[in-house]
Design a binder for this molecule. Structure first.
Ligand SMILES: [Zn+2]
Length: 254
């Protein structure tokens, strides 16, 4: 009873907050940093001071990086539960991925644009955590890489995830909050989904595959026309994955 009340309460809070979907975490920090730079530029010692301060800030952020939960305070974490199978299932107390963050943005594959509609962005809290963590680590390891393009997760309560804007089949799975599509980073660094294998940065894409494998994915599906590889049984070549990889988590793990 108490659980149900709490779930209802969190749902109300989620709606009531009217979270600014487009606000990026860190925007304030960036703004005040750029103000400081403008002041520095007016002094002859500006550049040296700026370099010193950048080094200090890097060291400080390494030492005091807040836990994931605080950095992504806009995520309303819920004790989500995957029900049934990815191809015939449902999602209880789904957790919503924000429209974008410092290291990722949502991508709508049907309308080929960002942001992705809210209803395409629900998953188990466990999968959201994996996506945010991998996006974070990927950005740190590849500072010149574009942000991760995160495609479809599951619907708010899971279930069949068909195409909304056409009659063609979209997803056979993505039904219980354990599946996510991630678009391969583009060679031209643009923040949009690649259309063909020739658009993708193979090195960055392989790095992503490796990171999701290390994060404990049960499967990572990649396109048959890409050279992407990984441990047999986990990384599998599946048709229609030449512009994105599909990560599935195993059910029932903490
Ligand atoms: Zn998929």
């Amino acid at each position: 009873m108490l659980g149900a009340t709490f779930a209802a309460f969190s749902a109300i809070v989620a709606v009531g907050l009217g979270l600014p979907e487009s606000a990026r975490p860190g925007a304030d920090m960036r703004e005040s940093a750029s103000r400081r730079l403008a002041v520095d530029a007016r002094t002859s010692r500006g550049f040296a001071a700026r370099d010193r301060r950048a080094d200090d800030e890097k060291t400080r952020s390494r030492r005091t990086a807040p836990p994931l939960r605080r950095r992504y305070a806009r995520v309303i974490w819920r004790d989500s539960q995957a029900v049934g199978r990815p191809s015939a299932g449902a999602l209880l107390r789904g957790t919503k991925l924000p429209a974008e963050g410092r290291h990722f943005f949502g991508w709508d594959p049907e309308q080929r644009r960002s942001p992705s509609p809210v209803w395409r962005r629900y998953a188990t809290d466990r999968l959201i955590r994996v996506v945010l963590r991998v996006a974070d680590e990927f950005a740190r390891a590849n500072p010149v890489a574009p942000r991760l393009a995160v495609g479809d997760l599951s619907r708010p309560r899971g279930g069949h995830f068909g195409a909304r804007y056409s009659s063609r089949p979209l997803h056979a799975s993505h039904q219980n909050g354990l599946d996510v599509d991630i678009y391969y980073p583009r060679r031209d660094r643009r923040e949009k989904a690649p259309r063909a294998v020739g658009d993708i940065d193979v090195g960055l894409s392989q790095d992503l595959v490796d990171r999701f494998v290390r994060a404990g994915a049960q499967y990572v599906f990649v396109g048959p026309n890409t050279p992407l590889t990984g441990p047999r049984g986990i990384v599998q070549s599946v048709p229609r994955h030449d512009n994105h990889l599909h990560v599935r988590l195993a059910p029932g793990r903490p």
